[in-house]
Design a protein around this ligand. Structure first.
Ligand code: AMP
Length: 129
């Protein structure tokens, strides 16, 4: 069965899209640690990141870097953190998380954004890429 992220990539489930190329797709995390929290996902559905072939892994890092640089331009934060977890969704994804404090990277505290706030931040990041 297709993962929830494959369904997002295929447009069956809505998302706040940030970027896409032939191999990868980026969209806002629906339950963000901080505003601007973005997921970068290979279109190829592989559960664990270190099971990706080496070239896809390297390309995912390059794609994530490009998105992270865009996020940093528009989100007020000290830096962009990168995490890979995968305990909830078994389809490789890189979390890009705007950080101001250590707590922002723990996944223990979340922010609630309105529909308008999600739309606004997504369009600003898209414009910064
Ligand atoms: P993990 O698999 O533990 O790395 O976490 C999966 C992440 O995907 C969580 O941060 C969720 O909030 C996020 N997530 C799950 N479903 C969606 C969705 N439909 N749209 C955006 N983000 C999602």
């Amino acid at each position: 069965m297709a993962s929830i992220f494959t369904k997002i990539i295929q447009g069956e489930i809505p998302c706040y899209k940030i970027a896409e190329d032939d191999q990868f797709f980026a969209f806002l995390d629906i339950n963000p640690n901080t505003a601007g929290h973005t997921l970068c996902v290979p279109k190829k559905e592989v559960d664990k990141i270190f099971d990706l072939d080496e070239q896809t892994y390297m390309d995912l890092m390059a794609f994530s870097r490009r998105v992270a640089i865009g996020i940093k331009k528009v989100v007020d934060c000290k830096r962009i953190g990168m995490s890979v977890v995968g305990l909830e969704v078994p389809h490789t994804h890189v979390h890009l998380i705007p950080l101001n404090a250590m707590n922002d990277v723990t996944f223990q505290t979340k922010v609630k954004l309105t529909e308008e706030e999600f739309q606004d931040i997504a369009s600003k990041i898209r414009a910064a890429l």
